[in-house]
Design a protein around this ligand. Structure first.
Ligand code: SF4
Ligand code: SF4
Length: 376
């Protein structure tokens, strides 16, 4: 993760060749490069080889329960909105083997841990996603029970952030104070601009290693027109139709018997999609697996969801047996009790839970209805 730069540097202007050179330089450092690419009718974050893998000319249309790829009328490579899942998959993998033990002549032997994975380079991290990474870093690092794996992956990662130039209908980072401007937590920050049909990226360093890498690319300085276009792009992205009154939402937990919980439960399928796509959700379960002979045993940590019945199972039965109580648990934790635990809310306004809820349940609408902020 970026160590903040002590002094601000002049923005550079990269063209597509410059961006390709940046990715190649990160690859030469031995990093696993992860960035946006097209797959399964969506833009996802996955391993990429070169800048040619980026989704040039593709955008997306997102709304409650709706995601469609759509062609852009330009060649933007970062113009796709947000991918279905954030960088949680890379920094906090869905399945992790905690240990394995094999029966030997003298008893069980624990397998040595696998060699460390190559450090990551994350290409295209948005402001709300940086905020989500910071929230998970707090969960996994700043507490009594740190997760060394998460901390290592994050501290060794090189982060290329990208400022949004437009908002999706599901975005509300502006009201959560997490975007769209990228302000911290990056090594290099890019803003994609088109000035007189010239396609480029205003590039700024956010860390000493980011500054060193940008300097080595020998790119020209960005001119006033490109810097102005970058500022306009971020202002455009800040125009968001969706809002969440974060202060009012902190009071959600004070309404345990609100009739809206029953109303939302009539629609909610308890599918857990919202928790899987949420970049801050961190709950896990632990599963022990053995073979039939009992010679091999493994312990796995896997993502879990507060929407499953098993999640609240304590000996004798589940605590949250109804959908209303599971939805209430999820949203009150995100917006209310997370503040008690971590000093800030667990929602960064990315809108993924709205887009990927199959029935279009909208966290901003539910919070507003329950706290009496509903707009007529
Ligand atoms: S609760 Fe929804 S909008 Fe908030 S961070 Fe999670 S997925 Fe994004
Ligand atoms: S709110 Fe939507 S995404 Fe979440 S569990 Fe219910 S139906 Fe699934």
């Amino acid at each position: 993760m970026a160590q903040p730069n002590s002094k601000s540097t002049t923005p550079y202007l990269l063209d597509m060749d410059g961006l390709a050179a940046l990715i190649s330089a990160l690859r030469r450092q031995g990093r696993q490069i992860v960035g946006p690419r097209l797959a399964d009718d969506a833009v996802i974050y996955d391993d990429i080889e070169t800048a040619a893998d980026l989704p040039a000319g593709w955008g997306s249309e997102q709304a409650g329960g709706h995601y469609r790829l759509k062609r852009r009328d330009d060649n933007a490579v970062f113009g796709y909105g947000l991918a279905p899942q954030g960088w949680k998959r890379q920094l906090y993998p869905p399945r992790q083997k905690l240990f394995a033990a094999r029966r030997q002549a003298g008893g069980f032997t624990v397998e040595p841990p696998p060699p460390p994975a190559p450090p990551l380079a994350l290409i295209g991290v948005r402001a709300c996603e940086l905020a989500a990474i910071a929230r998970q870093a707090k969960v996994f690092g700043d507490r009594a029970f740190a997760d060394p794996g998460y901390q290592t992956r994050l501290s060794s990662a090189f982060i290329v952030a990208v400022q949004c130039a437009e908002a999706q209908a599901t975005c509300f980072c502006a009201s959560m104070g997490t975007g769209p401007e990228v302000t911290a937590g990056f090594d290099i920050k890019l803003t994609e601009v088109f000035v007189q049909k010239h396609h480029g990226f205003v590039a700024e360093a956010g860390s000493a290693q980011g500054a060193k890498l940008l300097k080595a690319l020998k790119a020209p300085a960005a001119g006033p027109a490109e810097i102005k276009a970058a500022g306009v792009a971020v202002k455009n992205a800040a125009r968001q139709n969706k809002h969440l009154d974060a202060e009012a939402a902190r009071n959600l937990v004070a309404h345990p018997d609100h009739p809206r919980w029953d109303k939302v439960a009539e629609r909610c399928l308890s599918c857990g999609n919202c928790t899987m796509v949420c970049p801050t959700c961190f709950c896990t379960t632990v599963e022990d697996v053995t073979d039939l002979k009992g010679d091999n045993a493994e312990r796995w940590r896997k993502w879990d969801s507060c929407f499953t019945m098993d999640f609240s199972y304590i000996h004798g039965g589940a605590v949250r047996t109804e959908t209303r109580s599971r939805y209430r648990q999820w949203i009150t934790h995100k917006l209310s009790t997370w503040v008690d635990q971590f000093g800030e809310q667990g929602c960064v306004g990315c809108g993924r839970c709205v887009t990927w809820c199959p029935v279009g349940i909208d966290i901003t609408e539910e919070a507003a209805a329950i706290t009496g902020q509903e707009r007529i």
